[in-house]
Structure formats: structure tokens, C-alpha cells
Design a binder for this molecule. Structure first.
Ligand code: CUA
Length: 334
């Protein structure tokens, strides 16, 4: 009974696995399904072993327990060749049943550079403390935080990091893989259907590691290509006078780190489609209030990030204009 609270906590933790946008236990992509099948195979074997051991244990306990008036020392036996062979062979067979599909899956998940189709969509992923950069070299598109990809085909990712080791993970579709600073890692993801999925950084990378989230927006191929065309053409034109004023403030203060379209620097996240985002900084609800809070004091929200406190130099009116401009930068959701 004293383990009851522990079991309750475990059950509560597991309910968190029921989110279909995030859960590795509800696979919605080829890679995730392959990994899920491996997990289930080992789980079934473990359950089988547990049941057999529990039955033998119970039978032995009941059958050979000391009875009333039973004061003699039981018969002493030493060694049993049949049993020795049995309990060596059975685990070997079980391990083989586990090992063969594990090795096959490992090879299937590891892409071979030579065999990647020429027209495959490729994405260069760069992890930063604490945000994600996504570049589509063939489509000439760059974005951040929201990763767009087509459904039903393998998309190939070149993963690297700008600062420390992070790990790129989209549990419901497949993954995960470390991003290193010196070397590039290659992996693929294939999502079954259009939808929005959650991605996480899965390697402790600093005080805001737990907040280093991103979204994966899967679209049908046609819609994905249309998105890429619009991204490529987007220039961040302001809509309305207030937004135009915001654009001037952006160009005076923000462009040294942030790019919109091809203009600006790539030190910080690319903001071409900022208005389409589903969250501010990957974690806050996407609205103007939160955006202004973020610009005013980013350290309050994501400790240790590299965004300077530019907002402190801006008046409330300037902040309003800047937020109006950024929230209006829509490519996908017009
Ligand atoms: Cu990046 Cu943890």
C-alpha cells in the first residue's frame, strides 16, 4: 500500500502521453511507428517473462513451503544440467527476437546520403539557445520555430547547432537526434497526414531547455509548395499606417538580428511569417499582449536567451506599432 502514491504519480505522468500532437505512444509517422513497434515488442516479451516467472515463483512458494510438524532438512540438490541449458537458451532466443528487428529498424531509420532522391525536400535545422532555425536550401526559404513539411513523403534533415548540444525531437512523427556544433547529423521524418505536431529539444542545454519548443505544421504537398512560394515572395510589407510606423521601428532596432524575407541578419529567428505563428517564443499564446511582454523583457520569459532588452528603449506607442507590424506578417494564414 505504501507504493500507492508512487503508482498514482506514475499513472498521472502517463496521462500526459495521451496528447496526440506530442506522444510517441500515438505514432503518426513512419519512423514513429517503427520505433513504437519496437517498444511494444520488448514490452510484450517483458510481460511474457514476468508472467512465467511470477507463476513459477508462486508455485514454488506454495508447493515447497514448510508445513506444520515438518522439521526435517529438505533434500539437498546441487546442479541440474537440463535446467541450466533451459535458462540459458530461452533468454538467448528472446534476445535474438529483440535484436533482429532492432538492428533492422536502426538501419532503416538511418538515411543513406547516396540514396536520397534528388527531388526530396531537405531542411537544414540549426538549433540555438533556445530556438530553432529551419532553412529549405532548394526552395530558398528560411524560417524559424514553425517547421513546415509535406505529408506522406520522407523529408530529410541536416541537423547542427550554433552553440551547445541540443536534440531535435518530434515524438509523434519520429526522431530524435542530437544537434552538434562540429558535425552534421542526418535524419528523415515522414508524417502520415496534414496536421500540427509538437517538437521539443531533448538535450539539457541551459536554463530554458524545457521551453525550447517548436511546431511541425504538416500540409498536403500542393499546399506546402504554395506556402514555400509565398514565403519566397514575402517581403514584409506593412498593412496600414500603424504597421508602417512599426516597420520603421523594426528597421531601426531589430534588423541587426532578425530578418524578414531576405532583409536583415540571421543572428536571431527569421520573422518573415511571424503573424502565422501559433505561439510567441514557442511557449506563450500568440497575441499582441504577449508579444509586447516578450519584447519588453525576454529574460522574464526565457531565462538565458540572447535577445537584448530593446523594448526598454521603446515607448508604449512605439511598442504598439512594432507589435502591430509583426503580428501582421502573415504568409500562410491570410
Ligand atoms: Cu536546446 Cu535543450
Amino acid at each position: 500500500w505504501r507504493f500507492l502514491p508512487l503508482l498514482a504519480v506514475m499513472a498521472l505522468t502517463l496521462t500526459g502521453c495521451g496528447n496526440e500532437q506530442l506522444s510517441a505512444l500515438l505514432p503518426q509517422g513512419e519512423g514513429a511507428r517503427m520505433q513504437f513497434n519496437l517498444m511494444m515488442l520488448s514490452l510484450y516479451i517483458m510481460i511474457g517473462v514476468f508472467i512465467v516467472v511470477a507463476i513459477i515463483y508462486t508455485v514454488v512458494l506454495l508447493k515447497f513451503r514448510r508445513r506444520k510438524g515438518d522439521n526435517e532438512i529438505p533434500e539437498q540438490t546441487e546442479g541440474n544440467v537440463t535446467l541450466e541449458i533451459l535458462w540459458t537458451t530461452i533468454p538467448i532466443i528472446l534476445l535474438l527476437i529483440l535484436a533482429v528487428p532492432t538492428v533492422m529498424t536502426t538501419f532503416a531509420l538511418d538515411p543513406d546520403e547516396e540514396k536520397i532522391p534528388k527531388d526530396a525536400i531537405r531542411v537544414n535545422v540549426t538549433a540555438h539557445q533556445y530556438w530553432w532555425e529551419f532553412e529549405y536550401p532548394d526552395l530558398e526559404v528560411k524560417t524559424s520555430q514553425d517547421l513546415y513539411m509535406p505529408a506522406g513523403e520522407k523529408v530529410y534533415f541536416n541537423l547542427k547547432s550554433k552553440d551547445v548540444i541540443h536534440s531535435f525531437w518530434v515524438p509523434a512523427i519520429g526522431g530524435k537526434m542530437d544537434t552538434n556544433t562540429a558535425t552534421e547529423n542526418l535524419m528523415w521524418l515522414k508524417a502520415d497526414e496534414a496536421g500540427t505536431y509538437f517538437g521539443k529539444c531533448a538535450e539539457l542545454c541551459g536554463p530554458s531547455h524545457a521551453l525550447m519548443d517548436f511546431k511541425v505544421i504538416v500540409k498536403d504537398k500542393k499546399d506546402f509548395m504554395a506556402w514555400a512560394d509565398k514565403m519566397k515572395a514575402a517581403k514584409g510589407e506593412p498593412e496600414g499606417d500603424l504597421a508602417a510606423q512599426g516597420q520603421e521601428i523594426f528597421q531601426a532596432n531589430c534588423i541587426g538580428c532578425h530578418a524578414i524575407g531576405n532583409e536583415g541578419s540571421n543572428v536571431g529567428p527569421n520573422l518573415t511569417s511571424f503573424g502565422d505563428r501559433t505561439t510567441i517564443a514557442g511557449i506563450l499564446e500568440h497575441n499582441e499582449e504577449n508579444l509586447k511582454k516578450w519584447i519588453k523583457n525576454p529574460q522574464d520569459i526565457k531565462t538565458g536567451n540572447n535577445m537584448p532588452q530593446f523594448g526598454k528603449q521603446l515607448s508604449d506607442d512605439e511598442l504598439d506599432a512594432l507589435a502591430e507590424y509583426l503580428m501582421g506578417l502573415k504568409v500562410d494564414g491570410e
